[in-house]
Design a protein around this ligand. Structure first.
Ligand SMILES: CC(C)(COP(=O)(O)OP(=O)(O)OC[C@H]1O[C@@H](n2cnc3c(N)ncnc32)[C@H](O)[C@@H]1OP(=O)(O)O)[C@@H](O)C(=O)NCCC(=O)NCCS
Length: 252
């Protein structure tokens, strides 16, 4: 129980400004009355009620088990993104995607920073970090988009036929797209990806997520979030750019 009291879980929302990266943390703190010293929730912003999941003691317990039991003795917490971490997050991004299952060549800090800034300029961009002390060891971010915006931004280099396939396959909704999740390879398999993704996915709905067949992210999407694959190697409709990709949605 002692370890549990070390956990301070902070939720907030980042509203992109024209200059990017400006963070506003709303001052509206709520404590879970059933575990007053253990979890501290921050309401996202006025007008958005505290999500039901955050009020459930079972959820708090599940989260605790996932995060703390697997990281006993460490000082890991989940927090909103802060601009001072951008260079470290950029390095972390390259480290997360250079290995299994993506094997992407590293882009370099400067390119990743540009990409992150572009991502954070999207509608309702929200980014969370897992911090070990003051060191970012995981990130997850997302934003709102339509199927057309998804096709245009994530299939930028594809032909119009491929983009049309994406637009026609996705139900025409305004999604919260979980764009990137990455965990430091030294911290993978300890529940951090699950915690970051479920935190993010519980903020807005419906959700949209794209991953690859071999990624542990599929377990999170299917088992924790209850998402359904609509484009996948095993389905009739396959990703027009890369047949190994899986696109999941969870409708309201
Ligand atoms: C995918 C990723 C974000 C998952 O985060 P993580 O903290 O390592 O994952 P978790 O510890 O929360 O585990 C999630 C599930 O995957 C399983 N898992 C984790 N690593 C695994 C691995 N290497 N092989 C098989 N299963 C694995 C866990 O057992 C868990 O399943 P369970 O809930 O049924 O026990 C992380 O591994 C990562 O950054 N990978 C590289 C980048 C990437 O693929 N990002 C996702 C892009 S969509």
């Amino acid at each position: 129980m002692a370890a549990r009291q070390l956990v301070k879980l902070e939720m907030g929302v980042q509203f992109p400004s024209p200059t990017h990266m400006k963070e506003i943390i709303m001052p509206n703190w709520v404590r879970d009355p059933r575990t007053p010293n253990s979890l501290v929730w921050q309401v996202l912003r006025p007008g958005i009620p505290m999500p039901e999941w955050a009020q459930k003691v079972e959820y708090a317990d599940w989260l605790w088990n996932k995060l703390i039991s697997q990281n006993e003795g460490s000082d890991i917490k989940i927090s909103t993104f802060q601009p001072k971490y951008i260079a470290q997050v950029a390095d972390l991004y390259d480290r997360a995607f250079v290995g299994f299952p993506w094997f992407e060549p590293p882009l370099g800090q400067e390119e990743v920073i540009k990409y992150i800034k572009k991502e954070f300029s999207k509608t309702f961009a929200i980014a969370l970090l897992a911090l070990d002390g003051d060191l970012p060891v995981g990130f997850a971010w997302g934003y709102q988009l339509t199927p057309l915006e998804f096709a245009n931004s994530k299939y930028e280099k594809s032909d119009s036929k491929s983009k049309n396939l994406i637009v026609q396959t996705l139900p025409a909704l305004n999604y919260f797209y979980i764009s990137e999740v990455g965990i430091d390879p030294n911290y993978q398999g300890r529940g951090l990806g699950t915690v970051l993704t479920t935190q993010l996915a519980n903020i807005l709905s419906p959700i949209l997520l794209r991953t690859i067949e071999d990624s542990p992210m599929r377990k999170i999407a299917e088992n924790q979030l209850g998402m359904i694959a609509i484009i996948a190697p095993w389905l009739v409709i396959k990703d027009p750019e890369n047949e190994k990709r899986v696109i999941y949605t969870k409708l309201p």
